[in-house]
Design a protein around this ligand. Structure first.
Ligand code: ADP
Length: 400
């Protein structure tokens, strides 16, 4: 079966067409600037030249229409007819407490996703736009929702309840939800394979270090604790997000800078993180380059980032009875897969536990590999994530 995987952001849409017979990528692409002047589609069918189409697209339905046209284009497309698409899988950011697993989309599911607009105002509305656009353009095709939060629904209450008045949980569902679940789940399954354990036995600390970053303690294959919280702002500092700060800073800064809710939200989400500290960029490649040129704030930004990552990993070791029980520390996503230096720096800070990187094995990018020494107390692994494939697998399992 051929499955179309869709990931809708507020002004972007990423897609992949995957042939599940052999899990082969047939085509992928990105639509940018939806609803903004200068919209464009970058489409690439496996084995063919890339195609860029510049055309104004007023909404997600327009965007999806051009994606469909690209997929079946006789020159640069991947299939002859849309009838070949067996199902569509959507990445949906927030399933709240309603979804602990992926589901086939029906009216009730759409209502439940809408109910969670409140807790994911930036993410869930475009996800619904994508679902509704597919319903219009491919009315007979089954759609599946795969939630970023679902994998983390196994966390025990002690790891998801905040020390706030309990009625904030009861009345507003304020709790830790966790994100990047599809990625943490994917690398968990791969890591289990790599160490020869079944996926419901493996114990890991999985580090998704991309533009957004989160670290998860995986106990017996299930999420047990994770750094992102009620929103994807909590935890590690990220490209532009602050991660954890003293909550009192919020009202202090609102007062000093005369910011309203939207203003402080913008500061914490868009102007903070390694961009905020360095003043250079949110992209870790730029930070590394500035550092190499002697920029001290870039060095500080990376040091804060790596120190926090190490602290979270060390903290999560306490969730296990002994170091021997931990099957691995996994690095994934843009930085985790590609930056040997960041991996080495984080692991160096864990040497008190006897974790040790093998610098020769670690000198690579984007390979699935064990990069710790034989003597290391805990294995260190690099596993390139593949959220789209995970979404396609869940979709196939539900519709077949
Ligand atoms: P997103 O969270 O947007 O999905 P990705 O997982 O694609 O992000 O990660 C993107 C980030 O990965 C970029 O901001 C970049 O800083 C970082 N990155 C990618 N390649 C490298 C590299 N070779 N060295 C350091 N950082 C890298």
């Amino acid at each position: 079966m051929k499955i179309l995987v869709i990931n809708c952001g507020s002004s972007s849409l990423k897609y992949q067409l995957i042939d599940m017979d052999g899990e082969q990528l047939m085509a992928k692409g990105l639509v940018e600037r939806i609803g903004i002047e200068g919209s464009r589609v970058k489409h690439e069918t496996t084995g063919k030249d890339k195609k860029v189409i510049e055309q104004d697209l007023k909404d997600h339905k327009d965007a999806l229409k051009i994606v469909m046209d690209s997929i079946i284009d006789s020159e640069y497309g991947a299939i002859a007819s849309l009838d070949e698409i067996g199902a569509v899988g959507h990445r949906v950011v927030h399933g709240g407490e309603d979804f602990a697993d992926s589901v086939i989309i029906d009216e009730a599911v759409i209502e439940a996703i809408k109910k969670n607009f409140d807790v994911a105002p930036l993410h869930n509305p475009p996800n619904i736009m994508g679902i509704e656009a597919v319903s219009t353009l491919l009315p007979n095709v089954k759609q599946v929702a795969v939630f970023d939060t679902a994998f983390h629904q196994t966390m025990p209450a002690k790891n998801y309840i905040y020390a706030l008045p309990y009625d904030t949980y009861e009345d507003y569902k304020i709790r830790r939800y966790g994100f990047h679940g599809t990625s943490h789940k994917y690398v968990t399954e791969r890591a289990a394979d790599m160490v020869g354990k079944s996926k419901d036995q493996v114990n890991l600390v999985t580090c998704h270090l991309g533009n957004g970053a989160s670290i998860t303690a995986v106990k017996e294959g299930k999420s047990y604790d994770t750094t992102m919280g009620f929103t994807p702002l909590e935890g590690l500092p990220m490209g532009t997000r602050s991660g954890n700060i003293d909550p009192a800073i919020i009202t202090f800064l609102m007062d000093k800078k005369g910011l309203d809710g939207a203003g402080i939200d913008n500061l914490l989400n868009k102007e903070s993180g390694v961009l905020g500290i360095s003043g250079v960029s949110s992209d870790f490649r730029d930070i590394e380059e500035a550092m190499a040129n002697g920029n001290q704030r870039a060095e500080l930004a990376l040091d804060v980032y790596e120190t926090d990552a190490a602290k979270f990993i060390a903290g999560y070791f306490t969730h296990f009875d002994a170091l021997e029980d931990i099957d691995g520390i996994v690095f994934t996503a843009g930085l985790g897969e590609n930056s040997a230096e960041t991996r080495a720096n984080i692991i160096k800070k864990l040497s008190v536990f006897g974790v040790e990187i093998d610098s020769e094995a670690n000198a690579m990018r984007g390979e699935e590999k064990i990069v710790s020494t034989d003597a290391s107390s805990v294995k260190v692994m690099v596993i390139p994530t593949n959220e789209e494939l995970m979404i396609a697998r869940d979709t196939l399992n539900l519709v077949k």
